[in-house]
Design a protein around this ligand. Structure first.
Ligand SMILES: Nc1ncnc2c1ncn2[C@@H]1O[C@H](COP(=O)(O)OP(=O)(O)OP(=O)(O)O)[C@@H](O)[C@H]1O
Length: 640
């Protein structure tokens, strides 16, 4: 084991007392995409954000300007596919997405990019010769035609024409009669990006037929030296998992995988039409108002996230990137998991839930939500290989949940990285051992529900309950063998007693219900099903629906994955409807007395019964975000 590099040391020595420190965390192990997301999270205009990096931008101006000119000459040129193809195929499909990212900042020239080795780079800033202060960022000013054609970023490569039919990569049950986004949706006039990720840009789209129905379009981008084939495989895999999980109240619904045309809003490619979230949890926590949010509310949020994770596990899927950025708050204030980009089926035989758990190896997830057994694979830390043991992906999700609970309660992340190079993490491990040795020898034993650490322990101080601290610490147990599992968590009496404002229900119980999400209306299609796919579309399509036929084509890789995925588990205990425009699920109304208890600041009551269900979380959003909801009330209503 050697000392970490300077960058790591520098980062781990930063103070984490400030909430703004959060901006450096929870980022998937990727490079410069991290930074453009930081820009969004920090809510800074691009120019302000990049001001500190102006020097390095200048230093790279040569490559940028050459890119700019080539961009203007022929914006549709797709370069480097041959070279990238050979390298990309060397990466096993199970390789975590994060590990595929090279360390080059995104603004660097694509020529340079193609020669980069793929190395782990947690913050996306530690390229040779760069320091945190000299990190350059893509500049988004002066958008011209080239800007739009390149998603404003010179390293986003365009897919070659023709864009492949998404149905080619989907199992029959997920094939759709309409695969063109423009058949049924239009971009929102606002022309705003509402979210960025490592490989995507999220925008609002509206139904062509009911303008009040607003959805999110997650436009997917090719990353680094990915080949088009790898891109299609990666995205269809993410879609299949997201779609399999859709329908649960704590999962963001993913409806369609569509072809996106080149417009002034975006470049051509593939995109997911999804349920629109109002904010992600990260955006909430980093606001100063978060400190004033009552613990009961925070615990409620935590329980909702945990329910989402449990549902994934029940479906045979491990999320593998649990962090506040991947929890969206719906316009009703319901927490929903999103981003299944590095999720995976965790049974050796996905068809057989009784088959053993497929152990993982390699660096995935996002510090500090990734547990120590994963961090041992961080190549920059040069850990002894013996420490790199296969790990259970479900334990990764549990650890992430524990760190989320600590973060919610402490208003900041507990430490930067869950690895021994981080002094905060070392302190936590020492405190953990002390607590077990001195206060509660049976702490790690199953069924031990004695209170966890108290105020004398730094990371337990704000819980105001030894039982709540127990749950956080047991989930974030550095030792995977003794860490709380999801069944352990759901058996924990404190966790069971946490009251949530969102109760899923089977329906038909006579209670008032809240409709929280509608499926998009699919009315028209320009799809003529050239390959004669067997389309088992469940949507009501009034126009030219393709005639179902059997699929005469050989099964391709992703279809294989899809087909070999577990047969859809029994639907969750939620009222479902297949008809277009109807609710996917319902929420039980929380009794008014419970709402009063949960709403310390006085709840916002409206005449609508379903508003009462989760209105206190809307209060949180209002108070924490300064009432700056990005979604107009009409849009909120549209989805309720
Ligand atoms: N359906 C949605 N509604 C509203 N915002 C969304 C939606 N989906 C994603 N976002 C926003 O976009 C951000 C990026 O989305 P997502 O995490 O799915 O992308 P990603 O490329 O997988 O990101 P990362 O690489 O950081 O994990 C989210 O953190 C969230 O803020």
């Amino acid at each position: 084991m050697t000392a970490p590099n300077n960058q790591s040391t520098k980062i781990s020595q930063q103070s984490i007392s400030s909430v703004s420190a959060l901006k450096f965390f929870g980022k998937k192990l990727l490079s410069s995409r991290h930074e453009s997301k930081l820009k969004k999270k920090a809510s800074l205009p691009p120019d302000i954000h990049s001001a500190s990096a102006a020097k390095s931008v200048a230093s790279s101006s040569k490559s940028s300007s050459s890119l700019k000119s080539s961009r203007l000459t022929n914006p549709f040129v797709h370069t480097d596919s041959t070279r990238s193809s050979s390298r990309a195929t060397g990466i096993p499909s199970s390789t975590p997405r994060a590990n595929r990212y090279p360390s080059t900042p995104r603004h660097a020239s694509s020529t340079k990019l193609s020669n980069e080795r793929i190395v782990y780079n947690p913050y996306g800033v530690s390229t040779a010769g760069t320091s945190l202060s000299s990190v350059s960022t893509p500049t988004k000013k002066d958008p011209d035609l080239g800007f739009y054609l390149h998603d404003g970023d010179s390293n986003i490569r365009m897919l070659p024409i023709p864009i492949v039919d998404p149905n080619e990569y989907l199992p029959d049950t997920m094939k759709e009669v309409s695969v063109q986004m423009s058949d049924n949706f239009v971009f929102d006039d606002e022309n705003k990006t509402i979210g960025w990720g490592g490989s995507c840009e999220v925008r609002k789209v509206r139904s062509k037929f009911r303008k009040k129905d607003v959805f999110a379009l997650k436009k997917l981008n090719m990353i680094y030296d990915e080949t088009p084939e790898k891109f299609y495989q990666r995205c269809s895999r993410e879609f299949i998992i997201a779609k399999q999980l859709s329908g649960h109240v704590h999962i963001t619904n993913t409806f369609l995988l569509v072809k996106v045309p080149t417009t002034v809003y975006t470049t051509r490619g593939w995109g997911f039409v999804m349920e629109l979230g109002l904010r992600d949890l990260f955006a909430m926590i980093q606001r100063s108002g978060w400190r004033n949010v009552a613990l009961a509310e925070k615990f409620c949020i935590f329980k909702q996230v945990a329910r989402g994770v449990k549902f994934c596990h029940d479906q045979g899927i491990a999320h593998r990137d649990i962090k506040p950025e991947n929890v969206l708050l719906s316009p009703d204030g319901v927490c929903k998991l999103t981003d299944f980009g590095i999720s995976d089926w965790y049974h050796k035989d996905p068809h057989d839930p009784a088959s053993p758990v497929k152990q993982c190896a390699g660096m995935i997830g996002s510090p500090p939500y990734a547990p120590p057994e994963v961090m041992y694979y961080d190549s920059k830390k040069h850990y002894d290989r013996k420490l790199q043991q296969p790990y259970d992906p479900r334990a990764l999700d549990c650890y992430g949940l524990g760190i989320i609970l600590m973060t919610l309660v402490n208003n900041t992340i507990p430490f930067m990285e869950s690895c021994t190079f981080d002094s905060g993490f070392r302190d936590y491990c020492a405190a953990y051992d002390n607590f077990v040795r001195l206060h509660n020898r049976g702490f790690r034993e199953r069924g031990n529900y004695r209170p966890g650490p108290g105020t004398e322990y730094h990371l337990a101080r704000n819980f105001q309950s030894g039982h709540a601290a127990r749950v956080a610490w047991r989930l974030a147990d550095p030792a995977p063998a003794t860490r709380y599992t999801i069944p352990d968590l759901f058996e924990d009496p404190w966790f069971q007693g946490v009251e949530t404002c969102v109760e899923t229900c089977v329906g038909g119980d006579g209670d008032a219900h809240a409709v929280t999400c509608k499926k998009p209306i699919i009315k028209t299609t320009t799809y003529d099903n050239p390959r004669g796919f067997n389309i088992a579309a469940t949507t009501t399509t009034t126009a030219a629906a393709a005639k179902p036929t059997s699929n005469p084509f050989p099964i391709r890789s992703m279809v294989d994955i899809a087909v070999s995925s577990p047969a859809p588990a029994p639907p969750p205990p939620l009222a479902r409807s297949n008809s277009s425009g109807e609710a996917l699920f319902t929420l039980c109304e929380t009794p008014p007395q419970l709402l009063d208890k949960l709403t310390p600041h006085g709840g916002r009551r409206t005449g609508s019964p379903h508003r009462n269900v989760v209105h206190h979380h809307l209060n949180i959003i209002d108070s924490v975000m300064g009432n700056s909801s990005s979604i107009a009330p009409s849009q909120v209503l549209a989805s309720t």
